[in-house]
Ligand binder design. Structure first.
Ligand SMILES: Cc1ncc(C[n+]2csc(CCOP(=O)(O)OP(=O)(O)O)c2C)c(N)n1
Length: 356
């Protein structure tokens, strides 16, 4: 991989490069920060819940908060989101309620997916947040389909889809990028290159110098951005979404970042990564970096207060989700058929009578 042209805004001295600063109002800057802290707090709590047997599984995004939150902030009402499993931050930034997010991982009655989905498989029709796909990169052709439909209907919306570096090796990536190029569709492909697909390093994933240069083969612009810089991510995703809404076609964005924790709660990353490598990326923490910028602008006085507020919000959401009753057994037979077929009705009755 080469280091060619990586766009960043936040400079080492904590100031923003005026050439690319998206120029967000103070309240929006603070909102970005709060959501990044909230996202990290969700991770910490979810890992504790999983380790103590209160949830089954979790996919953390620690280290990648600037990607999800920066990209999520560029999504407007009417746009569609087809996210990867690691991007709960996109929904959170778009207004997906924390109570729903925690409800989904706990899987009790407050879970909109009624305990049928794995944790991290969120969806919310009201904000066009389409259900997370488990198979790597299958969300890309789904996003393209939604974009094609929007184009046919003459709607001026953009479609954001997010995925990892491993996703670029799939046939779905090729088909989605090609279709988007040929039909000039409003899709923003946001690839979070966190350097690993579970244990598989990105250098073994491709022989190309960068992932963004793959865009050229499909006639799309390809952009590389510092994925630990929330303002830079906001800038490039915002520009690409604007282009999409203006019917100027799709974009591939490669955000360079790093997953600080395991791939999921079922992974032990110490067997394939060195402590030095992780420490080097910890030093580039996206939240600390943004906090330095906010402090320089006198917008953030007390980061500990923001953290305490996030902890309390998450604590309350967990309490609500765990306090909800379990999903009733009968729900297993609902939501598929408008009229339940006789053989399923028979099975349901047998189960509910306790004789099943
Ligand atoms: C088609 C398919 N193959 C394999 C898997 C198992 N799997 C789950 S996540 C993952 C790695 C994906 O890595 P990447 O796309 O880089 O995203 P990241 O997890 O790093 O965010 C794999 C191989 C899967 N879910 N789907």
């Amino acid at each position: 991989m080469t280091d060619a042209e990586i766009l960043s805004v936040l400079r080492p001295d904590g100031t923003a490069d005026p050439a690319h600063d998206p120029g967000l109002p103070d309240a929006e800057l603070l909102s970005l920060y709060r959501h990044m802290v909230l996202l990290r707090t969700v991770d910490e709590k979810a890992i504790t819940l999983q380790r103590s047997g209160r949830i089954a599984f979790f996919v953390p995004s620690t280290g990648q908060e600037a990607c999800s939150i920066g990209a999520g902030h560029a999504v407007r009402e009417g746009d569609w989101i087809f996210p990867a499993y690691r991007d709960h931050g996109v929904g959170l930034m778009r207004g997906y309620p924390l109570a729903s997010l925690i409800g989904q991982i706990v899987g009790h009655a407050t879970d909109a997916t009624r305990g049928r989905q794995m944790p991290n498989h969120w969806c919310d029709r009201s904000i066009r947040l389409v259900s997370v796909s488990s198979p790597v990169a299958t969300q890309l052709p789904h996003a393209v389909g939604a974009a094609y439909a929007a184009k046919v209907r003459g709607e001026r919306v953009a479609v954001l889809t997010t995925f990892g570096d491993g996703g670029t090796s799939t046939g779905d990536f090729h088909a989605a990028m090609n279709f988007t190029g040929v039909f000039r569709l409003p899709v923003v492909f946001f690839c979070e290159n966190n350097r690993y697909a579970i244990s598989h390093p990105v250098e073994r994933q491709t022989a190309a110098g960068t992932l963004s240069e793959k865009a050229a083969a499909y006639g799309l612009p390809g952009v590389r951005v510092d994925g630990n810089d929330v303002l830079a991510v906001r800038k490039v995703v915002g520009d690409a979404m604007d282009r999409a809404r203006a019917a100027e076609g799709g974009t591939l964005i490669e955000a360079l970042t790093y997953r600080i924790g395991g791939h999921s709660t079922s992974d032990d990353p110490t067997v394939y990564r060195s402590e030095e490598e992780v420490a080097a990326w910890r030093a580039k923490d996206p939240i600390r970096r943004f906090a330095a910028f906010l402090k320089g602008r006198s917008l953030l006085e007390d980061p500990a207060a923001v953290e305490a507020e996030a902890k309390e919000e998450v604590r309350r959401a967990v309490e609500e989700a765990e306090g909800a009753p379990p999903v009733p057994l009968s729900s297993m037979f609902e939501d598929v058929y408008a009229e339940i077929p006789w053989h399923l009705a028979e099975q349901r009755d047998s189960l509910l009578s306790g004789k099943g």
